[in-house]
Design a protein around this ligand. Structure first.
Ligand code: H79
Length: 686
């Protein structure tokens, strides 16, 4: 009887599991995605936690104090030695409820914690490996405890899981310095199965997971095919989960957004930066450290102030993004005191002003001189939250270019919602505000307006460059069709009798152009000014004894910026026809200094752009023309230069510390296309 019941049950289970087929979530409809993203778009503020074995050395190794979660790589610690931290990891002060409460009281709506970082150590109970928390003296599944605490306190629990893995033998490539770790028999497909098995554990043993935050996707073993497959694998285990763009390849450096048209997961991930403008139509989240490291570093006391953090949050919300703020807990299992202090201050502000952050949309204004704006759609009206960082000294706050009828204005912190007087003035509306800022960090004014925002942005003035030789053309544009642009060429403010802009303005002397939007004889917008300067080109030279190519000197060394070459001896030198040596010279830790001449075909304004990973400098003559120095991913910097026909001495200095390497120099003149400087334009003198 019993066994018949059991086999019937087994049969039913089998039927159910046969019916389940894997769904292709890459073809999801917009409606479905919107529904799935809803909580995340409303949340706006989350906590990142980087916690792992690296908390044991706490950022210090053999006197070097600048390490953190990358310590195994940055201090080149062999696997056997790093594994010793397993026996030392005993965070006896850990209390999941305390952590979740700290996040909750700070106004954060979700927690993303490292289930595994690049070191490969599992901070959860994994049956796939012994390199996990159950092998430590602590032997507690901290992720289980956190998932329960989150559930209890109404916090959304999320995992960060690294694709790159410096421990698993099947993961490739090895670190460049790991000469003794053989790759024999290593099988990346096996690594992918291992990765999936761990994710299955994380997605079936810890309740509902809000986000899977992948990272370490940039090594050449990971492909977009693997990324899409992993995305679908995760969604099939938890269909409602949200997955970041780092599940697949194609992220644009630290700016974090994936190129258009490519599969990009559910949201972009700017790292340690905030996009300069919003990213219309895209979901994104800026992740940032509180000090200068993600994992715990006992020596790093360079914490951002709570004012800085809260203003970043307002800035991000005003651009339509989320803010993921990091904590690096200690090996004892507690948050650094500096972090706790800031979380409490943040919570205090959020308690009063959170309404201006949660569930808001990006600002309708391009630029506000005193702060930021977020908005919410109401029935028949719009609620603007004005985030005032710089309180006006004359008790008048001008909201530039706002063309709507105002319903009311009051301070969000004012329980009585006492209305503040509002008047329509030239170039916007003015709110009469108290003498003292209610909040020195960020005072929120609620401004209810009729209908959708109608904003007269200050016109945009454009010239091909801010310098020119004989003549240049200036164009002026605006973002609406209701007003007209009036402009002056003498630096004065345009009036109702000034020229109306219709076609590009040609100028042949140094000129300051000022433009404003008018409607019915009234100024509607702020004003914009641009000065274009007439210059004479730096004369070029003719030298009979030049030969094609640039002289290069290659140096080995570990630098964080372009080194001072004085007193250094090159490891290699010669003549290069282009800059490609920088892309293939060595994997890392080197610098190349190119010197020679560039042949300018005709007098003109040339826009030179220098792209590199890591840093680079461009000199023309003695002058530093482009400073693209420092540690960074692929970054482009440009300069407009007035150059005469002939030869100009040029120097390009480049260094590479680690990660990808590239160096590229392009030029463009007039309205032409930016193109790599051809080998035929480069010479050296002998
Ligand atoms: O977990 C934290 C860091 O440990 C991790 N991401 C945050 C959330 C991190 N890994 N690497 N980095 C940060 C910096 C690495 C940058 C580079 Fe690249 C990797 C430079 C070149 C390869 C990413 C991909 C940026 C450009 C290409």
């Amino acid at each position: 009887m019993k066994s018949r019941f059991l086999s019937a049950l087994l049969f039913m289970l089998l039927m159910v599991s046969c019916k389940q087929k894997t769904i292709d979530y890459l073809a999801e409809s917009k409606t479905d995605k919107d529904a799935r993203m809803e909580w995340w778009r409303e949340a706006r503020f989350g906590m990142f936690i980087h916690w792992g074995l690296y908390a044991v050395p706490a950022g210090e190794w053999k006197g070097q104090k600048n390490h953190a979660e990358w310590i195994r790589e940055s201090a080149q610690i062999p696997l056997e030695e790093y594994s010793k931290f397993v026996g030392q990891f005993n965070p006896v002060k850990f209390n999941a409820d305390d952590w979740v409460k700290l996040a909750k009281d700070a106004g954060m709506k979700y927690i993303v914690i490292t289930s595994k970082h690049h070191d490969g150590f599992g901070m959860f109970n994994s049956k796939q490996t012994d390199f996990d928390i159950m092998s430590t003296p602590f032997k507690r599944d901290v992720m289980k405890e956190l998932s329960k605490a989150c559930e209890k306190q109404g916090m959304t629990f999320c995992f960060y899981h690294s694709i790159m893995d410096w421990h698993n033998d099947n993961y490739l490539p090895r670190r460049s310095w790991e000469k003794t770790r053989s790759t024999e028999g290593a099988d990346f497909d096996k690594y992918r199965s291992y990765l999936k098995s761990q994710l299955k554990e994380l997605l079936t043993h810890y309740g509902k997971i809000g986000v899977l935050w992948f990272d370490g996707e940039w090594e050449n073993t990971w492909t977009s095919e693997y990324g899409k497959d992993l995305y679908n694998y995760v969604r099939n285990l938890q269909p409602g989960i949200i997955i970041n763009n780092r599940v697949t390849v194609g992220r644009s450096g630290m700016a974090g957004m994936t190129g258009e048209g490519e599969f990009s997961g559910d949201f972009g991930t700017p790292e340690q930066e905030i996009p300069a403008t919003g990213v219309p139509g895209a979901d994104w989240e800026s992740c940032m450290t509180m000090n200068d490291h993600w994992g715990y570093n006992k020596n790093d006391k360079n914490f951002k102030s709570s004012t800085e953090i809260l203003r970043m949050l307002a800035d991000i919300a005003s651009k339509g993004g989320n803010y993921l703020l990091n904590i690096g807990p200690t090996a004892d299992g507690v948050f650094p005191q500096e972090s706790i202090d800031r979380l409490k201050e943040i919570g205090k502000w959020m308690k009063t002003n959170g309404e201006a952050i949660y569930s808001t949309h990006a600002s309708p204004f391009k630029n506000l001189p005193w702060g930021r704006c977020t908005q919410k759609k109401m029935t028949g009206s719009t609620r603007l939250y004005l985030h005032v960082f710089d309180w006006p000294t004359n008790q008048k706050l001008l909201v530039p270019g706002l063309g709507n009828k105002v319903i009311r204005a009051y301070m969000l912190s004012d329980a009585n919602q006492e209305e503040m007087p509002v008047s329509t003035e030239s170039g916007g509306i003015t709110i009469q505000v108290p003498a003292q800022a209610p909040d020195i960090i960020n005072s929120i004014i609620v401004l209810d307006i009729e209908g959708d925002p109608a904003i007269y942005d200050a016109p945009e003035i454009k010239a091909s460059a801010e310098i020119f030789l004989d003549q240049t053309e200036i164009t002026i544009a605006k973002n609406e069709t209701l007003s007209e642009i009036r402009y002056t060429l003498d630096g004065s403010m345009p009036s109702v009798t000034s020229a109306v802009y219709t076609t590009p303005v040609k100028v042949s002397a140094t000129t300051t152009i000022t433009a404003v939007c008018f409607k019915d004889g009234k100024i509607m917008s702020g004003n914009t000014t641009l000065t274009v300067s007439k210059v004479t080109p730096v004369p070029g030279r003719t030298l009979p004894q030049v030969k094609p190519g640039l002289v290069f000197k290659l140096y080995h060394g570990d630098w964080d910026k372009v080194p001072d070459y004085n007193g250094l001896t090159p490891n290699l030198s010669g003549i290069a026809t282009d800059l490609s040596l920088a892309n293939k010279a060595a994997d890392e830790k080197f610098s190349i200094d190119y010197q020679g001449f560039i042949n300018i075909p005709a007098d003109g304004i040339y826009t030179l752009s220098l792209n590199s990973d890591d840093g680079s400098l461009l000199y023309l003559g003695e002058k530093l023309a482009i400073d693209n120095d420092g540690l960074h991913g692929p970054t482009t910097k440009s300069a407009d230069l007035a150059l005469g026909k002939g030869l100009h001495s040029i120097r390009i200095s480049y260094f590479e510390k680690s990660g990808g390497n590239c160096l590229e120099l392009k030029w463009k003149t007039g309205n032409g296309k930016s193109e790599p400087i051809p080998a035929s334009a480069l010479f050296y003198y002998r």
